[in-house]
Ligand binder design. Structure first.
Ligand code: FAD
Length: 311
């Protein structure tokens, strides 16, 4: 950031709530493949609510060890077919041979999907150590290179502002991110975090390591605090003490909890915006309302064309 931009950022931080937000942010939304018809209906309602905001893309996760292969494919294909939003498919290489992974990627290409979120993945049993498949891709960087050899996919990869739990060090993890981008990925989507400084420090460290690609903060609007604590423990994301205090005593007050959740995530996004962020990736958990509210605070409004398509 230049001195001018820093001044601008400071003014935005001190200024009135969201007054400096110009509606110029891009967003993307992440969903997980639903397990039941009821979950499918809920997810689809969320997609239709969020699609009119004109996201850059929506992505669909891939279950641990490839367990949702068909459901991920079905969900991505439906989004591609029934909305005008570009759909991205997550793909992991854990517990699969190169041929198996390549076959899934080829199916995506044939179905018109041009964007893959390429990940190593984790073993299906929690706590097991990752061991590459003997005939598989050894890491996400390896997978990115493999996908690029197949087709000219647009590829996003994962990044960890608080370092991946298995990384030898924060700088080794940034070297790994650089390898993934050098192998052909276009952007990094981050693990969730709750302090804007965590993201800014990471962005600075990545820039110092020569990374010029877009690093998109992953935003998890938290309404289930206990579940988030569990997730965060598994992926090495810190939960600040103030967050526990804010959710304390709200278990029996779901509406108040939602308002607190929107305030926390909205404030995080406002401060990221003030620091120059113009693309936010939302972990929607297949629900629209919190992500929609935060996008609204960021100045996004439904676009007529996408609204018609979603209807
Ligand atoms: P990698 O980039 O391969 O890194 C894994 C670890 O190995 C890191 O610690 C890295 O530093 C280290 N490493 C890699 N190569 C080297 C090397 N050559 N030398 C030294 N160290 C190395 N999981 C799913 O199962 N399905 C999903 O859909 C999914 N979506 C995700 C989306 C996002 C935005 C994020 C942030 C994560 C997602 N994950 C998903 C989780 C992800 O699969 C796990 O975090 C996994 O443990 C690591 O995947 P990766 O792609 O970051 O791996």
């Amino acid at each position: 950031l230049s001195v001018g931009q820093l001044e601008e950022a400071r003014r935005a931080l001190d200024g009135p709530l969201f007054a400096d937000v110009a509606g110029d942010a891009d967003v993307s939304f992440e969903f997980f493949p639903p397990k039941t018809d009821k979950m499918e209906a809920a997810m689809w309602e969320a997609v239709q609510t969020l699609a009119p905001l004109g996201p850059r893309f929506v992505s669909v996760t891939y279950g641990a060890g490839g367990t949702t292969r068909d459901r991920t494919h079905g969900t991505v294909a439906r989004i591609a077919r029934e909305t005008s939003v570009p759909a991205a498919a997550h793909l992991t290489c854990v517990e699969a041979s190169r041929d198996e992974v390549d076959a899934v990627a080829r199916e995506y290409w044939a179905a018109g999907v041009r964007h893959i979120v390429a990940l190593r993945g984790d073993p299906p049993t929690l706590g097991d150590k990752f061991v590459p498949h003997p005939e598989g891709y050894a890491s996400a960087a390896d997978l990115v290179a493999g996908l690029k050899r197949l087709h000219p996919f647009e590829i996003s990869v994962a990044a960890y502002p608080e370092a991946h739990p298995e990384a030898a060090s924060a700088s080794a993890d940034i070297d790994n991110l650089k390898r993934k981008l050098d192998a052909g990925a276009t952007r990094a989507l981050t693990q969730f975090f709750f302090e804007p400084e965590t993201f800014f420090r990471f962005r600075d460290a990545a820039a110092a390591a020569g990374i010029g690609a877009e690093i998109v903060p992953g935003i998890l609007p938290v309404s289930n605090f206990a579940q988030t604590q569990k997730f965060a423990g598994m992926c090495g994301a810190a939960i600040p003490d103030w967050m526990g205090r804010l959710f304390d005593g709200l278990d029996a007050h779901p509406a108040a909890r939602q308002l607190v959740a929107a305030t926390i995530a909205g404030e995080l996004c406002r401060r990221l915006y003030a620091g120059g962020v113009r693309h936010f990736h939302f972990y929607t958990l297949n629900r629209a309302e919190l992500s929609y509210a935060i996008c609204h605070l960021l100045g996004l409004r439904p676009k007529a064309e996408e609204t018609r398509a979603a209807a």
